[in-house]
Structure formats: structure tokens, C-alpha cells
Write a protein that binds this ligand. Structure first.
Ligand SMILES: *Cc1c(COP(=O)(O)O)cnc(C)c1O
Length: 328
């Protein structure tokens, strides 16, 4: 049965997103590759974060917030989605972005700026202690009589993770999850993987989750975080048998650094665009799909890849992409 907490959300995303088979890639790589098109959850707030924000922003509204805080890289998809949805709901977004203001606004940052987000640029050192910065600014806004709601990096706390638990219930209506061997996705802050695992445990499915780490934080840390989030979700009167979790985190496709793709990743973006008319992004989904292909090729298994979005970020890396297209 679907836990009652899963109804405690705003309806912001265009759901259900389709699931389709990637016929040509399946044939080429020797396994059945399906995609859940969460790049189509919305236009301006597209990607996976909107599913978390349906719960987080409900909470913000219930608490009477008029300001939202969140943080990420300058090209953060999560910050862009939070800013768009906050504005739509009548709350002012304040984004704490790691880096300095670029000469030209593009990709996600262009959307952030266009819609009128407040932006605070922070150094990588300051970002290490972002909670202190949040606190400092929160006090400033509170002194002006404002109510601030703080959303952590990636929206990845136990409330945000409900978004992908709910997505499992959605997928369970669309397809026979008993036939699927693995669900694969990119892992950046862990909330998506935690939510997926939670949903599958609750529905007692044998299928495991494989998260492809796109950061340089090691997998043990993320596995700890996933279990921390799963245990946190038990507080919502969900009878979650955490010991039944089937989850793996793979580090091998993270590339040189977060948000820096390898040439193979960019070539895969070109190849997938040409064969399946599907656009991947250079920060998350290209690395995760490359990992999925390398892990499952010629196994004949049935794999469901979550396209978690990131499309705007591709336009911020148009130069690297151009070089690959010209030499392709
Ligand atoms: C944030 C993000 C992810 C990672 O999701 P987490 O829940 O943070 O692990 C994957 N893909 C895209 C496009 C993202 O923006």
C-alpha cells in the first residue's frame, strides 16, 4: 500500500513521464535498455529535482516561508529548478552558488538570472561550511521579518527523497517492475537513489538500484548517506525494511572532476542524440549512461535508466561539445 505521506505534495511536475525502449541502443549493446524520461517532468524546472521539490516546497509553504535558500555549482540544475518553482509559488529564491560570476550568463544560470533569483556567489572554501553561511543570511532575512526555508544541496534529505519513492509507485503502474533487473541513474547527492531504493523495498521488488557517482566523493560516503536517508524516511510512518535494500554505487565513470566530462562522455552524447534523438547532459546523464552501458553490455538483461535531465547544462558546455561534433 502507498504510504500516506506520499500524498503530502504539491502537483508541479507533468506526470507520469513516459517509459520507452531505446531500440537501437538495445540492439547495439546487447541488453534491453529502457528509459524513464524524467527530462520531461517540466520545461523550466525539468529533471529529477522537481520530484523532490514537490515535497520540499509543500513543506516550505506549510511553514509559511516567503524565501527559499539552496546551494550548488554555478550550473546547478537543482538551483534552477528550485528557483523556478519557488517563484511560481510566490517565494523568493536565494541561490548560494559555488564560484564567481561569469561574464556571460548561460545554461542554468541564465534561467536563474532571467526569472529574478537572488544570487550569492561563495568560494569553494566557504561552500564547505555552507550551513554556517545559510545561518548567517537567514538571520539577516529574519531581521527583516522574512521566513526562510532552507533546502539542502540537491534537495537530498529524507523529505526530498520521497519524490523518487513516489516515482517507483508511478513506474509500478506503467510497467512490470518484476521483469526489470536493475534501475540505473546518476548519483550526485544521493536523494534520487535513496528514494528509488525505498520505493522498491516497500513494493518488495527484487530489482536493485545502481547509482553512477558523478562526483569525487567516494562511494562509501554515498552508501552511508543513502542508508541515512532511508532510515530518516522511516520517521514518516513508513514501514521500511532497510535491511532489504539492494543498492550499488559505482565510482568508475565519474571522469576527471564533477561537471567535467571525458571525451567518451561527449561522444556518447553525440551518438545517443543521433541514434535515439535523445539529448543527454555532460555532468550527470552521459556519465551514468556510459556506466550503464559498460556494466550491462552483452548481458541480455533488462535495465531501466532514469534520464534525470540536465539539458540546460549542455548549453553551458557548448564549446567542448562543438569540438567533438566537428571531429566526429
Ligand atoms: C541532481 C542531478 C542528478 C543526481 O541526483 P541526486 O539525487 O542529487 O543524486 C542526476 N542528474 C541530474 C541531471 C541532476 O541534476
Amino acid at each position: 500500500m502507498k504510504p500516506r505521506i506520499l500524498n503530502q505534495k504539491l502537483n508541479l511536475a507533468l506526470l507520469p513521464t513516459p517509459i520507452k525502449k531505446l531500440e537501437k541502443l538495445s540492439e547495439e549493446y546487447g541488453f534491453d535498455l529502457y528509459v524513464k524520461e524524467d527530462d520531461m517532468t517540466h520545461f523550466l524546472a525539468s529533471g529529477n529535482k522537481i520530484r523532490k521539490l514537490e515535497y520540499l516546497l509543500k513543506n516550505a509553504k506549510d511553514e509559511g516561508a516567503d524565501i527559499t535558500f539552496t546551494c550548488g555549482g554555478v550550473q546547478s540544475n537543482h538551483c534552477r529548478a528550485t528557483a523556478v518553482l519557488s517563484k511560481m509559488l510566490g517565494m523568493q529564491p536565494v541561490l548560494f552558488l559555488r564560484g564567481t560570476e561569469p561574464d556571460v550568463f548561460n545554461g542554468n544560470l541564465l534561467v536563474d538570472k532571467l526569472i529574478g533569483s537572488e544570487i550569492v556567489y561563495v568560494t569553494p572554501e566557504q561552500y564547505q561550511n555552507i550551513d554556517e553561511i545559510f545561518q548567517e543570511y537567514k538571520e539577516k532575512y529574519e531581521a527583516k521579518g522574512k521566513k526562510v526555508y532552507v533546502i539542502p544541496e540537491g534537495g537530498s534529505n529524507s523529505i526530498g527523497a520521497l519524490g523518487y519513492m513516489n516515482a517507483v509507485f508511478e513506474m509500478n503502474e506503467q510497467t512490470d517492475l518484476d521483469e526489470i533487473d536493475a534501475i540505473c541513474c546518476a548519483l550526485g547527492s544521493g536523494g534520487t537513489v535513496a528514494g528509488l531504493v525505498a520505493g522498491l523495498v516497500l513494493l518488495d521488488k527484487k530489482c536493485g538500484v545502481v547509482g553512477f557517482n558523478v562526483t569525487k566523493t567516494d562511494r562509501e560516503k554515498f552508501l552511508d548517506k543513502v542508508f541515512y536517508l532511508l532510515n530518516g524516511m522511516k520517521n514518516f510512518e513508513i514501514d521500511l525494511k532497510v535491511e532489504n535494500a539492494k543498492v550499488e554505487v559505482i565510482d568508475d565513470f565519474s571522469g576527471p572532476a564533477y561537471a567535467v566530462p571525458t571525451e567518451e562522455d561527449l561522444k556518447l552524447i553525440k551518438h545517443v542524440a543521433e541514434t535515439e534523438t535523445m539529448i543527454l547532459d555532460p555532468v550527470y546523464t552521459s556519465k551514468a549512461l556510459r556506466g550503464t552501458i559498460e556494466t550491462f553490455k552483452n548481458t541480455g538483461k533488462k535495465v531501466l535508466f532514469i534520464h534525470t535531465g540536465g539539458t540546460f547544462g549542455l548549453f553551458a558546455q557548448a564549446e567542448g561539445m562543438t569540438d567533438v561534433i566537428k571531429s566526429y
